[in-house]
Design a protein around this ligand. Structure first.
Ligand code: HEM
Length: 213
């Protein structure tokens, strides 16, 4: 058991945890996006989807707690790695060079991560921890996006989600050692594709609903 804690405590162990939890989030986001697409089917379809989800009862509760645990591990480990990197840096006043694998996505990971965390908290208060009596989830979502401020906030947050996923996806393959020059271009293209699907897929929903309002 000791070796497990030693490995998880070491830098590579932390990176592995980031990779595993990050991959699980990508899975969650793809499923969440697929479910959210029913919103284009209108009131009945979206509400029916939400009802099916809630009908899972205790299974949904277990999934929600699992998601919360993953989020906590991802955020705490990410912040620890960020802090350790800051400490290990030879000089904090070095000029940033955008080369050698450093991209806008990689340099901004901790900051985009914190913004996504803030977004998720606001998002949960918008749609999850909200009084659903006498209304429907479709109504709650459409009323939220009748407000242009929320439309802008959500659209901007989705650009950030896309940026975070594009680098995170590439980075997780680096961590597990799958960084062979033969496969890396394909992994990079797949990461870009994934971030565009998630960013635009989620981002278009508030814009569409604001036009419907
Ligand atoms: C336009 C974009 C989005 C829309 C319209 C949307 C819509 C919703 C709705 C309606 C719920 C509540 C479901 C219910 O309780 O019945 C929900 C839950 C949730 N959303 Fe989103 N979502 C969006 C984007 C995102 C993104 C980008 C993330 C993560 C980065 C996210 C994370 C979550 C989480 C963690 C929950 C709670 C899941 C649960 O407890 O069952 N959502 N979303």
């Amino acid at each position: 058991m000791n070796w497990l804690f030693r490995t998880l405590g070491a830098s590579i162990g932390k990176k592995l945890m980031m990779a595993l939890t990050g991959l699980s989030f990508i899975g969650f986001l793809l499923a969440h996006l697929a479910g959210n697409l029913t919103i284009y089917g209108g009131n009945d379809l979206f509400n029916a989807y939400a009802e099916h989800l809630h009908a899972l009862g205790p299974v949904l509760t277990v999934m929600e707690w699992g998601l919360l645990t993953l989020a906590m591990v991802h955020v705490i480990t990410g912040l620890t790695l960020f802090y350790q990197n800051l400490q290990a840096r030879p000089s904090r006043y070095q000029v940033t060079k955008w080369n050698g694998g450093r991209t806008a996505g990689s340099a901004t990971m901790p900051y985009t991560g914190i913004i996504i965390l803030a977004f998720v908290v606001i998002h949960l208060f918008n749609f999850h921890f909200v009084n659903k009596e006498g209304t429907t989830i479709f109504q709650i979502v459409t009323e939220t996006f009748a407000n242009p401020l929320y439309v802008m906030m959500y659209a901007a947050a989705m650009v950030i989600v896309g940026l975070h996923v594009s680098h995170g996806f590439w980075s997780l393959f680096q961590t597990v050692g799958a960084n062979h020059p033969k496969y890396m271009p394909a992994i990079q293209i797949l990461g870009l594709f994934l971030s565009l699907v998630l960013g635009m897929g989620f981002g278009f929903i508030p814009v569409y609903l604001s036009f419907m309002a």
